[in-house]
Ligand binder design. Structure first.
Ligand code: SF4
Length: 313
């Protein structure tokens, strides 16, 4: 982990004696080594063994046992005086961006990425300028405090006026798909580690979502999931959604687990929790899990033509 000495200084500044550590799945194997390092510096350590999907998902209950909670792998989302964040940075060769150039339609390019790579943006911009392109990025703030940063629940940094294309630099298909749905722009996704790039086409995805809405329409009862996680709780949205249908009920959940949805037995659900649950995890769920906007379409208060990706802005 690249910034442990900086973390030690920040913990000392706060006078922390006991420290709770929280990691996302991909970094959990680093927990014991980081605990060793911090213990040697005199801190008393506890480790959260629960899942952590983002900075929306802080184990604040551990502050009953520790002076400070350190969340690894994410940028800050909820301001809390006893929480520190240590984002995880991944370098790449900025010249890799040249492999995406043949897919771009113009020369004014909006650049977006995830928190692992935001520190690489200046080097990427330099390469693009040397190739004759005009790169732009914006800092959206709020849930995405870093330059060019997008999250699975916020594509605000991709709303860049006057560009011909949006270039997403990162792994996976969900973020660039969300960006295309949020902006309507021509989006190219570049995996900076493999050098593979693709043009994003949301058509197939939208056809699948439309089929899910129609399947959910057949349900006798619909559970409106409201998360109890601090950065995912959208109770007011949940209340709005149950007002649209007399067969919808609020269902409060911390972890949205397929078996629990099966046990509850509703014919369909709507997730007001992390938007990625409805989109990315649908394949795991026994019944349709819609987004709030999709439920509005089902209830006839939104037209399919006004489909929009679910975001927490
Ligand atoms: S709500 Fe979902 S996409 Fe947003 S930060 Fe949390 S886990 Fe990530």
């Amino acid at each position: 982990m690249n910034n442990i000495s900086d973390l030690v200084s920040r913990l000392r500044e706060r006078g922390a004696g006991s420290v709770a550590l929280q990691f996302p799945a991909g970094l959990k194997r680093k927990a014991a080594g980081i605990a060793d390092t911090l213990s040697r510096q005199g801190f008393s350590i506890i480790i959260s063994g629960d899942p952590c999907y983002g900075a929306c998902d802080l184990s604040l209950e551990l502050l009953d046992y520790a002076d400070v909670l350190v969340n690894f792998g994410h940028t800050p989302l909820l301001a809390h005086p006893k929480v520190l964040h240590v984002p995880f940075r991944v370098d790449f060769d900025p010249v890799v961006v040249c492999s995406a150039l043949p897919l771009l339609k113009g020369t004014a390019i909006g650049i977006i990425t995830t928190a692992q790579h935001t520190h690489m943006l200046p080097a990427v911009m330099e390469v693009l300028r040397a190739e004759g392109y005009e790169p732009f990025f914006r800092t959206a703030g709020g849930r995405t405090p870093e330059p060019g940063q997008v999250l699975g629940c916020s594509f605000e940094a991709a709303r860049i006026l006057g560009v011909s294309d949006i270039l997403f630099i990162g792994t996976g298909v969900f973020h660039p798909l969300g960006v295309q749905l949020a902006t309507g722009a021509h989006v190219v996704a570049l995996d900076p580690l493999s050098g593979q790039s693709v043009e994003v086409d949301a058509g197939k995805f939208l056809r699948r979502r439309n089929a899910l809405i129609e399947k959910a329409r057949l349900a006798d009862h619909i559970g409106i999931i409201v998360s109890t996680k601090p950065g995912q709780a959208r109770l007011e949205l949940g209340k709005h959604l149950i007002s649209l249908s007399d067969k919808a009920y609020l269902v409060f959940m911390k972890e949205v687990i397929p078996d629990e949805l099966l046990n509850l037995g509703f014919g369909a659900y709507v997730s007001t929790a992390c938007p990625r649950l409805a989109y990315d995890d649908q394949i795991r769920f026994p019944v349709p899990v819609l987004t709030p906007g999709e439920f509005e379409i089902l209830c006839g208060v939104r037209h399919w033509e006004d489909y929009t990706v679910d975001e927490m802005l």
